[in-house]
Design a protein around this ligand. Structure first.
Ligand SMILES: Nc1ncnc2c1ncn2[C@@H]1O[C@H](COP(=O)(O)OP(=O)(O)O)[C@@H](O)[C@H]1O
Ligand SMILES: [Mg+2]
Length: 358
């Protein structure tokens, strides 16, 4: 297994007026040996571009890639010792499931008995053991994708396994169990695993570190908890969490932050002028209904309640311009009623031009 370093890696497929039109802006990034990473971001933000640069399918316009300190930027795919699983199944239709799984091992010239052992292990893991002798062409798309996954996992000598939205064609129930298996496999074998997805749940449940991307840039890398509690960018607040983080226009007076004339916190370090256009961010989980009004309560009107069984999402109106959402464990107030709400002080965050300030 290996440590992967991207140094000043950037890529532009095209240029505009002689200037590179970056799909991936120049960046530095390190994936530690044995770590489990998710690349998370909307479609078109550059996830596949980054992955293809690491595997060697794509040569970057600039920058260097190091695997365990060795520069592999100019090495072809086969010399990099990296396994990649794609979004859509890549199988040899004429070969059996067994031969499809064995193929990467045959290419690596592994002994026949060892191949047999590894293929059977992976087949068992992915519940493919009953159909090992079937030709791959007869299988459904999700079974074909399982074979692709198996081919990615079958070699245990690879430096890193890259997966580009590999569960897209798999049904939700199976997806859930496969995610768990992938996490177990990577923990057991100590693989460095990089997993691309646009699904925040998938990223947060699978990875130790999530790299949030937007418009060709890394916006934040952190543990699921860090991304949830401390989004460094509004984009992370929106993209992670369900529902998204609430953002409210705010004013600063002498370091104290006000929303609708109520003080919600103090900005200690950032010295912002009183006309700074800041926003307050708070997750729906950290907004509460209060029994009694206090100096820090907002008076709110309940617009909508969505009952999720064990919790409820409540949409409330604070003013003509500000609606926010609460995620409540307890019973929700009736639609149309008026209530007092408070923000959990330690969980209030501040943003200036989209970026967190303290
Ligand atoms: N071969 C290509 N030629 C030109 N533009 C491309 C090519 N592949 C991707 N792009 C563009 O680069 C950007 C990033 O694409 P991609 O890395 O595939 O994003 P993602 O995997 O996050 O959906 C998109 O704007 C996409 O249209
Ligand atoms: Mg992609």
């Amino acid at each position: 297994m290996a440590k992967i370093e991207l140094k000043g890696i950037g890529h532009a497929y095209t240029s505009i007026d002689g200037e590179p039109d970056y799909a991936l802006f120049p960046m530095d990034l390190t994936w530690e040996d044995g770590g489990t990473y998710a690349l998370l971001g909307p479609s078109g933000c550059g996830k596949s571009t980054m992955l293809n640069i690491v595997s060697g399918i794509l040569t970057p316009s600039q920058g260097r890639i190091l695997v365990d300190g060795v520069d592999v930027t100019n090495l072809g795919t086969t010399k990099r010792n990296i396994a990649q699983v794609f979004q859509f199944p890549v199988v040899y239709p004429a070969k059996t499931v067994y031969e499809n799984l064995a193929f990467p091992l045959r290419c690596a010239r592994m002994e026949r008995t060892k191949i047999d052992k590894r293929v059977n292990e992976v087949a068992e893991l992915l519940n493919l053991d009953e159909i090992l002798q079937s030709p791959a062409r007869r299988l459904t798309p999700d079974l074909k994708q399982l074979i692709s996954l198996g081919r990615g996992l079958v070699r245990d000598d690879v430096a890193v396994i890259l997966m580009d939205e590999p569960l897209t064609v798999i049904d939700p129930q199976l997806k859930f169990s496969l995610r768990r298996k992938l996490r177990d496999i990577s923990a057991r074998h100590g693989h460095t695993l990089v997993y691309v997805t646009h699904d925040q749940n998938e990223a947060m449940t699978l990875a130790e570190q999530v790299v949030v991307m937007g418009d060709g840039r890394i916006v934040q890398m952190g543990t699921p908890q860090e991304l949830f509690e401390n989004p460094l960018h509004e984009h992370v607040g929106y993209f992670i969490g369900s529902p998204s983080m609430n953002f409210m226009d705010a004013k600063v007076k002498g370091g104290v932050v006000f929303v609708l004339d109520l003080p919600v916190g103090v900005l200690e370090q950032a010295r912002l002028s009183d006309d700074a256009q800041i926003k307050v961010g708070i997750r729906p989980e950290f907004v509460h209904i209060q029994e009694d009004r206090t100096e820090q309560s907002f008076c709110a009107q309940v617009l909508d309640v969505q009952d999720l069984g064990n919790s409820a999402i409540v949409n409330v109106k604070l003013s003509d311009d500000i609606n926010i959402k609460l995620k409540l464990r307890e019973n929700a107030p009736p639609i149309g009623s008026t209530c007092f709400i408070g923000l959990e002080p330690q969980m209030v965050r501040y943003y200036l031009d989209g970026i967190a300030v303290q």
